[in-house]
Design a protein. Structure first.
Length: 354
């Protein structure tokens, strides 16, 4: 009987964090993990299959059970928000997620939030929350490039690092963060740069913010644009977001897609232009006509780096510029801007500040 008791106690201490005795110091931070599916919760038919798998198979309980020692960094509770491949992400899920994060962080009982997410749209969700969350407490998005069943799965360490980051004092006030492959990124600047590589997430122009190594967090810089607690966007009570479409620029592009976007009810169009936001004569004419109907036009670039700058000809047509935001993030910022204003000067201010 004593042997059984000893084994049970050993297992309990391995799985659960120690409860501090009276006077032994502060309780560990409480981190809530919100699961949304993705590769980190995916499964394949064999342990050697890393590309052909089903995303969003494991629930939050199985996910947490796959990470040894995750309860040593913080007190963990988990919730399953959705369980999807992140290519199926919707505006409605974004709003649900933002509202849940804001409610959680408003509680003095919660110290931070980790969101498990598929990598295809992870950067978009991170930037959306960077604008929608109203707290200085840490919010960390994490994913994986290999399914949970893979012999070399990257998800468990990524998730452990995400909890470590969310539980750290250094992460407060830095906006929504993203961590994979031991790197810390800003939700504003990070983007997926490789279809399958483990080290796919990068901030080409600005670099990562720091690293997580052996349960230690190291920051070296931060994003200076407005975010989270300093954001002006209030999405409480919204059921939908304004429609904004992205058009990809190419040689000899026609105007048909722009006309279709306007006909379909787009309130804004982001054009992923050539070079410094350039476009064909036909597209320019189509977007000029769209702007005359009240559609907000933002010039971005398909190049993947650099600033899109004001240019006299486009400025006179009322076209705005995305600055350093890639097209998918420019779309998100324009959607949120349109929830509060249609004034072009004010929207350009928003792009300059965020």
């Amino acid at each position: 009987m004593k042997k059984i008791y000893s084994v049970c106690m050993a297992l309990w201490l391995l799985i659960c964090p120690a409860v501090p005795a009276a006077g032994a110091g502060p309780a560990p931070p409480h981190i809530v993990i919100l699961a949304t599916g993705g590769t980190i919760a995916g499964a394949a038919s064999t342990a050697t299959e890393t590309k052909d798998y089903r995303a969003g198979v494991m629930n939050i309980d199985r996910l947490l059970g796959s990470v040894p020692g995750i309860g040593r960094q913080a007190r963990i509770t988990g919730e399953q928000v959705v369980n999807i491949d992140s290519s199926l992400m919707t505006d409605e899920i974004w709003l649900k997620l933002a509202n849940r994060v804001n409610r959680l962080l408003a509680s003095p009982e919660v110290d931070g939030v980790v969101i498990t997410h598929g990598t295809d749209t992870l950067e978009e969700t991170a930037f959306f929350l960077n604008l929608a969350v109203k707290s200085e407490k840490p919010v960390v998005l994490v994913g994986a490039m290999r399914p949970a069943t893979a012999v070399s799965a990257d998800g468990p360490l990524n998730l452990l690092n995400a909890v470590t980051l969310a539980a750290s004092r250094e992460a407060k006030g830095r906006g929504v963060l993203v961590t994979l492959n031991e790197k810390i990124h800003s939700g504003r600047e990070v983007t997926k740069t490789n279809t399958t590589g483990v080290d796919t997430f990068s901030a080409r122009e600005f670099g990562c913010l720091g690293y997580i190594l052996d349960n230690q967090v190291f920051f070296f810089q931060e994003s200076l644009r407005r975010h989270t607690g300093n954001s002006e966007f209030d999405l409480q009570g919204l059921a939908t977001l304004p429609r904004v479409d992205i058009l990809y620029g190419y040689a000899n592009e026609g105007r048909e897609l722009a006309d279709a976007a306007v006909k379909s009810g787009a309130r804004g169009i982001v054009h992923a232009g050539m070079g410094n936001g350039g476009m064909s004569a036909a597209m320019k004419a189509a977007l000029r006509d769209a702007a005359a109907k009240g559609v907000v036009i933002v010039r971005a670039s398909r190049t993947g780096s650099g600033l899109v700058t004001p240019q006299g000809e486009y400025d006179r047509l009322g076209f705005l510029v995305a600055g350093s935001l890639n097209p998918q993030k420019a779309r998100i910022l324009l959607m949120l801007a349109l929830t509060g204003t249609g004034n072009l000067k004010n929207i350009q201010r928003i792009f300059n500040e965020y």
